[in-house]
Ligand binder design. Structure first.
Ligand SMILES: NC(=O)C1=CN([C@@H]2O[C@H](COP(=O)(O)OP(=O)(O)OC[C@H]3O[C@@H](n4cnc5c(N)ncnc54)[C@H](OP(=O)(O)O)[C@@H]3O)[C@@H](O)[C@H]2O)C=CC1
Ligand SMILES: Nc1nc(=O)c2c([nH]1)NC[C@@H]1CN(c3ccc(C(=O)N[C@@H](CCC(=O)O)C(=O)O)cc3)C=[N+]21
Length: 385
């Protein structure tokens, strides 16, 4: 059953969509995994009581979570809960948003769909990765991506160039993948060495294979109302998915995004706006960032500055998504380093209502969303639903 059929099935049950709110609440271009729909019970006309509102909110959350699950065919009993706070509105401790668990579930369902595609079309999705240089963290991320592809039955190819390679060689490899029909997604691992022109290289990438969603046309379409990007950048898409699956309401909330890079901060702020949050962006030149952050119901931080966000930067009960990953030497770790986030977790988890850990939060979701985008691209190529 396609997602639209599943949606039709749901709507033909005893729920109805309030059409007055549908256009305002619809989240454009995100597919049903992230669509927001206001739901009312058929016989529950204008119940404005507190109980009525909270019942409506809960039924909204349940349908919303169900819709999200339908995209990947998942149920999330663990994540389907409202964030609990104590009577004085001080949460006792934050819900730890388990990105690893959620990502594993998503990857499991992607693997099922890949198997189905292989059985009916005789093809599997293919991802090509271009890696320049030998940065330890980039090597780990690429290794993790390849492993995740293998587990899901997605074909992956990695082309690695030395740090001092020529730009033309990278562009030539990209062009070859552009023309290869067995490749549905291409990823150029960033950052590239200084001597390479990132903009020029990314411009060569075929729009239909831009599973990172970094192509200017994809980003432009993400920014414009009424336009649908072919791909939503993986990390931002993963962050929204984590919020939704943890029952954190986005619509009408104040969100503060720390960082404005093309690959994380900017697309996250655009995506949060699409979900009808009021978004403030904090960057390296922002005055009084802590004061701004304290106004936020949702803080998404992607600065790459370890322990930037302290407990006193947060409003009690805020939801905190920590994208930052800063590698620090640690010989006791398997890879020789460990990752530190932007958030001082010890302090923040006492103030926030929900928080992602590093590692085990956003990182695994980035990879799951990369697989999801690659699968979507292959589905598009083979007209497979
Ligand atoms: N977990 C995951 O899946 C992923 C994690 N990451 C991690 O996220 C972090 C950000 O990545 P990326 O966006 O590529 O990094 P960039 O370095 O490109 O961007 C960092 C942004 O943070 C802002 N910033 C830097 N210092 C401060 C500060 N003290 N206060 C407020 N804002 C600040 C910068 O502001 P300005 O623009 O003014 O310079 C910039 O906009 C990194 O740690 C990266 O490793 C990235 C991708 C995926
Ligand atoms: N074209 C491009 N696309 C990217 O998506 C991209 C990129 N370049 N350059 C670098 C950043 C960073 N990034 C991460 C991916 C996974 C984890 C991840 O899986 N982290 C694990 C731990 C990984 C480990 O073991 O070190 C975790 O947080 O639990 C982290 C970071 C993607 N990026």
């Amino acid at each position: 059953m396609s997602v639209s059929h599943k949606l039709a099935f749901l709507l033909s049950s005893n729920k109805k969509i309030d059409r007055r709110h549908q256009s305002e609440n619809e989240v454009q271009g995100l597919g049903s995994s992230s669509s927001q729909l206001r739901v009312e019970e058929e016989d529950d006309d204008d119940d404005d009581s507190e109980e009525g509102k909270s019942a409506q909110f809960l039924s909204f959350l349940h349908l919303y979570s169900l819709l999200t699950s339908l995209t990947f065919g998942l149920h999330h009993p663990k994540q389907l809960r409202t964030v609990v706070s104590t009577a004085n509105d001080q949460p006792s401790s934050a819900l730890v948003i388990d990105g690893k668990l959620i990502a594993d579930e998503i990857r499991f369902r992607i693997a099922e769909q890949v198997r189905r595609m292989k059985d009916s079309v005789g093809k599997v999705p293919g991802l090509a990765v271009i890696l320049v240089g030998d940065r330890r963290d980039s090597l780990t991320y690429v290794r993790n991506k390849v492993k995740a592809c293998e587990d899901a039955g997605i074909k992956s190819l990695v082309t690695q160039f030395p740090q001092d390679c020529k730009q033309d060689d990278v562009i030539h490899a990209l062009s070859t993948f552009n023309e290869d029909p067995s490749i549905h997604g291409i990823l150029v691992q960033l950052p590239l060495p200084q001597h390479l022109d990132e903009g020029k290289i990314l411009n060569v990438l075929k729009l239909e294979k831009d599973v990172d969603g970094f192509h200017p046309l994809n980003m432009g379409n993400l920014a414009m109302r009424g336009r649908d990007p072919l791909f939503i950048p993986c990390t931002p898409k993963g962050c929204i998915e984590l919020l939704i699956r943890s029952s954190v309401e986005i619509m009408g909330k104040n969100a503060v995004v720390i960082g404005r890079s093309n690959i994380v901060g900017l697309p996250i702020s655009l995506l949060l706006q699409r979900h009808h949050a009021t978004v403030t962006i904090v960057h390296a030149f922002t005055k009084n960032p802590e004061q701004i952050a304290r106004e936020a119901d949702i803080v998404v931080t992607a600065a790459g500055v370890p322990n930037l966000v302290r407990g006193n930067w947060l409003k009690p009960g805020a939801a905190v998504i920590d994208v930052g990953t800063f590698p620090v030497e640690d010989p006791s770790c398997e890879n020789g380093y460990r990752l530190i986030g932007d958030v001082c977790y010890e302090e923040a988890s006492k103030v926030a209502s929900a928080i992602t850990p590093v590692p085990g939060g956003v990182g695994p979701m980035t990879i799951a969303m990369l697989l999801s985008n690659t699968l979507d691209s292959a589905k598009r190529a083979y007209d497979f639903t």
